[in-house]
Design a protein around this ligand. Structure first.
Ligand code: BES
Ligand code: MN
Ligand code: ZN
Length: 498
């Protein structure tokens, strides 16, 4: 996507489409006021007649306003002026995009960035503009024989600036957003692809393709024979019921000289039937999304490498299917993990932690400065935080704070949840060092406690994205979360953002 900035006023700008806003009170935003002056009050009339309310997200497309150079003007409601913050800004831009459905506009300039948006800056307003518009353009119809809804043929996004002094920051924001959107789209595609296409081998090939296409990235793929030699019996116990080969995908990005790497670990269960502890039938198709952690860390690697950030990051993806079969793991089976700790597998549906624990142990060889795992780990997390927030658990409060802060800045929020011995004790096993489940109560936390048993001496955080990685129902589809949070976190770690 091309992007540009402008300081030309809304009425005089030669663009195919501009977005302007009006508050609930009837107060026009800066650009709408300019259009009003040029048109003898066209926007105010619209409000006075009741054709637009000014309520957040209420948008109208106006065509061929007299004396205005842009043939398309989207007027969008901004809600209450004193509540116009990041999320309102993004909702307004998204609503403007929805109002353009079916339009042929090839470029669009957002003038809402002239408003006083709470807790924001020229950098973030440019970033949210490109991110929101880019996200609105996403379309997954590669598995359909014909496309019904053609996406906008948009080629260029413009951001209006209050002054030329904002140009540098805004351009950087747009550039970062461009990489984030591309990464989110990749993550969304991988999530939306069905499990008969997006297999562990497909994920591995995708990681190899990224390494070919983006400078600074290198991908290594470890097969089952080597996993066996490494002693990854927890991971192997999950894949034992399927003929589809498991892969351990390791992506390296080197952007800085001698500096301990950040390690990102992503759960890559390409389909989770539950195994012998079989899941109920309804909605099971959504378990194709059980590799969204893998997709998010792979996609984040692509964004980091595209932006050539001065950091070292390694992504580790344990990828396999969880299927029942005559060779599948049985409830009660005991395996020795790569760490040497033994695990009683009381429920084969708690498989995510089994693949992750060996991947986390493998991460130790890279002597990471910190490690973040990302996983659609528990249904309990969805009960706790709904589809709104990613759960953040950590043995390092500062790391948890940084991730939460990154989530706020990137508008891809998380919530710091507890860990602790009381929860950890629920994992007690009569026959092995511990069990892979700790009962229904506090299920998201006990799952994190399980992983915590493999992180001694490391600064580690766990993101449970079970509620945030995809949407169900008529809007079923991958969201691309938490790519924005992760990329923001790495940008902060790289010292790029203040
Ligand atoms: N992939 C699921 C978690 C999940 C379920 C995410 C539904 C989103 C929606 C995970 O592998 C799983 O099955 N977890 C079990 C754990 C339980 C057996 C302790 C769960 O949450 O039910
Ligand atoms: Mn499961
Ligand atoms: Zn799972």
């Amino acid at each position: 996507m091309n992007y540009s900035t402008t300081t030309t006023s809304a009425s005089r700008l030669a663009a195919a489409c501009i977005i302007v806003g009006i508050y609930e009170s009837g107060d026009p935003g800066k650009a709408a006021a300019d259009l009003d002056d040029a048109t003898d009050g066209a926007i105010r009339d619209l409000y006075r007649r009741g054709d637009i309310s000014g309520q957040l997200g209420d948008a109208r497309l106006l065509l061929s306003l007299p004396t205005v150079r842009a043939p398309r003007v989207v007027v969008v409601g901004l809600g209450k002026r004193d509540r116009f913050g990041i999320s309102a800004f993004r909702q307004a831009v998204a609503a403007a995009m929805a109002a353009l459905k079916g339009s042929k506009t090839q470029d669009i300039v957002n003038y809402l960035s002239l408003e006083d948006v709470r807790d924001s800056s020229p950098y973030y307003l440019a970033r949210y503009t490109v991110e929101t518009i880019g996200t609105a353009l996403y379309d997954f119809s590669e598995m359909k024989s014909s496309r019904k809804n053609k996406p906008l043929p948009l080629k260029k996004i413009g951001i209006a600036l209050k002054s030329p002094g904002e140009r540098r920051a805004a351009t950087q924001g747009a550039e970062h957003a461009d990489a984030i959107v591309a990464a989110m789209n990749l993550a969304r595609d991988l999530g939306n692809l069905p499990a008969n296409v997006c297999t562990p081998t497909y994920l591995a090939r995708t990681a190899q393709r990224l390494a070919r296409d983006i400078a600074g990235l290198r991908t290594q793929v470890i097969g089952e024979a080597q996993m066996q030699r490494l002693g990854m019996n927890a991971l192997l116990s999950v894949t034992s019921g399927t003929v589809e080969p498991a892969k351990l995908i390791v992506m390296h990005y080197k952007g800085a000289a001698k500096k301990a790497p950040i390690v990102l670990v992503g759960k890559g269960i390409t389909f989770d039937t539950g195994g012998i502890s079989l899941k109920p039938g309804p909605g099971m198709d959504e378990m194709k999304y059980d590799m969204c952690g893998a997709a998010a860390v792979m996609a984040t690697m692509s964004a980091i490498a595209t932006l050539a950030l001065p950091v070292n990051v390694i992504a580790i993806v344990p990828a396999c299917e969880n299927l029942p079969g005559s060779t599948a793991t049985r409830p009660g089976d005991i395996v020795k993990s790569m760490s040497g700790q033994t695990i009683e597998i009381l429920n084969t549906d708690a498989e995510g932690r089994l693949v992750l624990c060996d991947a986390i142990t493998y991460a130790r060889r890279f002597k990471p400065s910190l490690i973040v795992d990302v996983a659609t780990l528990t249904g309990a997390c969805v009960i706790a935080l709904g589809h709104h927030l990613t759960a953040i658990m950590s043995n390092d409060d500062k790391l948890a704070d940084s991730l939460a802060e990154a989530g706020i800045k990137a508008d891809d929020r998380g919530w710091h949840m507890p860990l602790g011995e009381d929860f950890d004790r629920q994992l007690k096993s009569n026959f092995a060092d511990f069990a892979n489940v700790g009962g229904r109560e506090g299920g998201a936390v006990t799952a994190a406690c399980f992983l915590g048993r493999f992180t001694a001496g490391m600064s580690w955080a766990h993101l449970d994205i079970a509620g945030t990685a995809w949407r169900s129902g008529s809007k079923k589809g991958s969201t691309g979360r938490p790519v924005p949070m992760l990329t923001e976190f790495v940008l902060q770690q790289a010292g790029i953002l203040s």
